[in-house]
Design a protein around this ligand. Structure first.
Ligand SMILES: *Cc1c(COP(=O)(O)O)cnc(C)c1O
Length: 384
């Protein structure tokens, strides 16, 4: 059967497809129908942090599936209770957790909780920022391509330049419910925040009664060399949004809630699948794997090695190599699409971030030998 024709006939049409059918994955590698192997630096857009089909997650899912798949949060559940306890002790002072099913839902919830807590409606977000595609999260997202067809969006969202503390300070008023920022901008081109920018954001939020929400959907779960990217800075956010890597590939989102978030009353928000036992079992196993295999530390050391090797590439096409841990961007002086295709032909899957950045978000378990292969493939496609 030709799966590509089949998908093309019935897909929504929303996704720019690559001509590759992935049927299997293990660790940092995936395989197509013909058994051809690829090093996966897409990892489901930075989802497969612990590697594809980790045996611990496979076991947790199959055991949980055989016992109980669904259970709404109106009832208690053993697996969910254990997950909440684990998530609720990751960051000091963030003991409460809201569970949902995707990144955009986590952002949407955080925006609602900020309005509910402060009684205010303004949101300050950053230019180049990406926060998801539902109407609230989309209103915080910067790229015109995503926003323009869907106007009018939610009012009172303001965008300030990233890493410009003075502009942020000027935008936060006593109508601001929250400042929402990525710690490393992902879709926007892999831009890590300056410490002064985040520290100003926190200070201004506290001074003016707004909440600081950090979006760790892409940068969290060990990706940048710490469990959360904000932990590289002197920061205590009021909410942290999570998704992507949180459940080993199974859909899940979460919001960690700090002490400045009001008590959330029954009924003001919710979702049917939130905290379902199957996703909870996967997330619990994922968190255990991250700890047992020291994956944040591994991301730090492999990421430093990867960055160093990329920076050593001599090519007039490269404008800049930047990143934090295993969240890495190579900015070219021209459009990256043909280079990403050429990398695929060489057995390496990579992502664009905007038009001119090649983005690498490999599983954190990627080996140095695999990093070497990726770097050599890049070197060869840039000199062809
Ligand atoms: C991917 C992403 C989202 C949206 O997550 P979805 O699960 O696709 O809705 C939000 N914020 C950031 C920083 C992301 O990278």
């Amino acid at each position: 059967m030709n799966f590509q024709d089949l998908e093309n006939q019935h897909t929504s049409g929303l996704y720019a497809k690559r001509p590759l059918t992935i049927v299997r994955g293990q660790g940092a590698r995936v395989w197509d129908e013909q058994g051809r192997e690829y090093i996966d630096c897409v990892a489901g857009h930075g989802v497969a942090n612990i590697g594809h089909s980790h045996p611990k997650v496979v076991r947790a899912l199959s055991e949980q599936a055989a016992r109980l798949i669904t259970c709404p949060e109106m009832f208690y559940n053993d697996t969910r209770a254990r997950l909440l306890a684990r998530l609720g002790t990751l960051v000091p002072g963030m003991t409460r957790v809201f569970l949902c099913n995707s990144g955009t839902e986590a952002v949407e919830a955080a925006l609602k909780f900020a309005r509910y807590s402060t009684g205010r409606s303004g949101i300050v977000a950053a230019m180049r920022g990406f926060h998801g595609r539902t109407m609230g999260a989309l209103s915080a997202t910067w790229n015109k391509k995503y926003r323009a067809p869907f106007q009018p969006l939610v009012p009172e969202f303001h965008h300030v330049p990233y890493n410009k503390p003075a502009a942020l300070e000027a935008a936060v008023t006593d109508h601001t419910a929250a400042v929402l920022l990525e710690v490393v901008q992902g879709e926007g081109g892999i831009h890590p925040a300056d410490a002064a920018f985040l520290e100003t954001a926190q200070a201004v939020c506290r001074e003016r009664g707004a909440l600081l929400i950090v979006d760790e959907i892409q940068s969290g779960m060990g990706r940048t060399g710490k469990m959360f990217a904000f932990q590289h800075y002197d920061l205590q956010p009021d909410m942290v949004t999570l998704a992507k890597g949180i459940a080993g590939g199974v859909p899940m989102g979460a919001v960690l809630l700090g002490e400045r978030v009001a008590d959330l009353k029954p009924g003001i928000h919710g979702t049917t699948f939130g905290g379902n036992p199957l996703a909870a079992a996967a997330a619990l196993a994922t968190l255990e794997v991250m700890e047992e295999e020291n994956l944040p530390q591994r991301a730090a050391s492999t990421g430093a090695y990867f960055l160093e090797r990329l920076q050593a590439i001599q090519s007039p096409l490269i404008r800049e190599v930047r990143g934090l841990g295993l969240m890495i961007g190579v900015e070219l002086k021209r459009k990256v699409a043909p280079y990403i295709q050429a990398l695929m032909d060489q057995g390496v899957l990579a992502l664009p971030a905007g038009l001119t950045v090649i983005r690498f978000l490999p599983p954190l378990v990627i080996s140095r030998a695999q990093v070497d292969q990726v770097v050599e493939a890049l070197q060869s496609v840039l000199t062809e």
